[in-house]
Design a protein around this ligand. Structure first.
Ligand code: NI
Length: 268
C-alpha cells in the first residue's frame, strides 16, 4: 500500500506529540513564531519537548517553554558539547530543571562518532554526573547514543534512570535490554528510510506502551522529505509507517504514543 500524500495525512491526523525536537536551532530562525504559534498546532501537534544540548540552548529551550503552553523542555549537556564547560555547569543545568515546564535531563549520552568534539572519558564523566542529577531530582533522562551502544547500556544499567533512548539505532536485542530497565524508546523519521533495518525491527516488536515518537527536528526528516528541514507535523509519516508495520491505524498509534510521552515526562 503506498503512503498517503502529505495533505491526506495531515488532514486526518491529530494528537501528535513530539518527544524530541530542537526548535531553538537556527534553521527555524526565519519562521519559528509562525510554526510554533500557529502552523504546527493547525496540523495536529499537541505537545513538544524541546531538547537542549549545551548551556546556551538550556536558556533558549526554557524561553520557548515560557512562550508556548504546549512546549516543554529538557536541560542537559550533549556529549558533543561536553568538552569546554564552565566550572558551575552542573549547577546551571540544575537551576533550569527547577522550572516545572523543564521535564527531563536531556539530551545527554555518548557519541563515539564525533570523538574529535569530545574524548570518551570526558563524555562519560559528564553523562554520569547528569545521570546522578536526574536521580537526585527524580526526573527522566533523554539519552543520545551514537555508536556507543555497549557503554550507554552499561551506564543505564548502573543508574537505572527513568527515561527514553531517543532516535534509537541499536538492534532489537539492545532494545530489549533497555525495555527491561523500564525505559522507553524514541523512534522517528528513520523508520521510513530504506536502509532502516534495525529501526523497523524495533518498531515492529516494541510493546506499544513503551514507544514514543520524535522528530529530532530540524534533523532526520522522513521520506519523502529526507534531507530537508524536519518539523513535528511530519511525525505523521513515521506514524503511517509504524502503523502499517503493526497493522494498526496511525491515529491509534499517535494517541497511544502521546499518552506514553505524557506519562514519561509527567505532563498532565
Ligand atoms: Ni536531538
Amino acid at each position: 500500500m503506498p503512503l498517503r500524500s502529505f495533505f491526506e495525512v495531515i488532514a486526518i491526523l491529530r494528537n501528535i506529540f513530539d518527544s524530541h525536537a530542537h526548535y531553538d536551532s537556527r534553521q527555524f530562525d526565519g519562521d519559528r513564531e509562525q510554526l510554533l504559534g500557529w502552523t504546527l498546532q493547525e496540523k495536529g501537534v499537541t505537545g513538544i519537548v524541546n531538547m537542549a544540548s549545551n548551556l546556551e540552548s538550556c536558556q533558549t529551550t526554557w524561553e520557548l517553554t515560557r512562550r508556548y503552553d504546549y512546549v516543554f523542555g529538557g536541560a542537559g549537556i550533549h556529549p558533543e558539547d561536553a568538552r569546554d564547560l564552565p566550572e558551575d555547569w552542573l549547577e546551571q543545568v540544575r537551576r533550569y530543571l527547577q522550572d516545572p515546564k523543564m521535564v527531563a535531563v536531556g539530551e545527554i549520552g555518548l557519541d563515539y562518532h564525533w570523538l574529535d568534539a569530545c574524548p570518551k572519558d570526558r563524555q562519560q564523566e559528564v553523562f554520569q554526573l547528569q545521570l546522578e542529577l536526574a536521580r537526585e531530582m527524580a526526573l527522566p533522562v533523554v539519552v543520545h547514543d551514537r555508536e556507543a551502544h555497549a557503554d550507554t547500556l552499561a551506564f543505564l544499567q548502573k543508574y537505572r534512570p527513568a527515561g527514553v533512548v531517543h532516535c534509537f539505532s541499536g538492534s532489537w536485542e539492545t532494545a530489549r535490554e533497555i525495555l527491561n530497565l523500564g525505559m522507553y524508546i524514541g523512534l522517528g523519521g528513520v523508520v521510513t528510510f530504506k536502509n532502516a533495518r534495525h529501526a523497523v525491527e524495533v518498531a515492529k516488536n516494541i510493546p506499544l506502551d513503551r514507544l514514543v515518537l520524535e522528530t529530532d527536528a530540524p534533523y532526520m526528516a522522513p521520506v519523502p522529505f529526507r534531507g530537508k528541514r524536519n518539523d513535528s507535523s511530519l511525525i505523521a509519516y513515521a506514524a503511517e509507517k509504524i502503523g502499517e508495520l503493526r497493522g494498526i491505524e496511525p491515529q491509534t498509534l499517535l494517541d497511544c504514543t502521546a499518552e506514553n510521552a505524557r506519562r514519561l515526562f509527567g505532563i498532565g
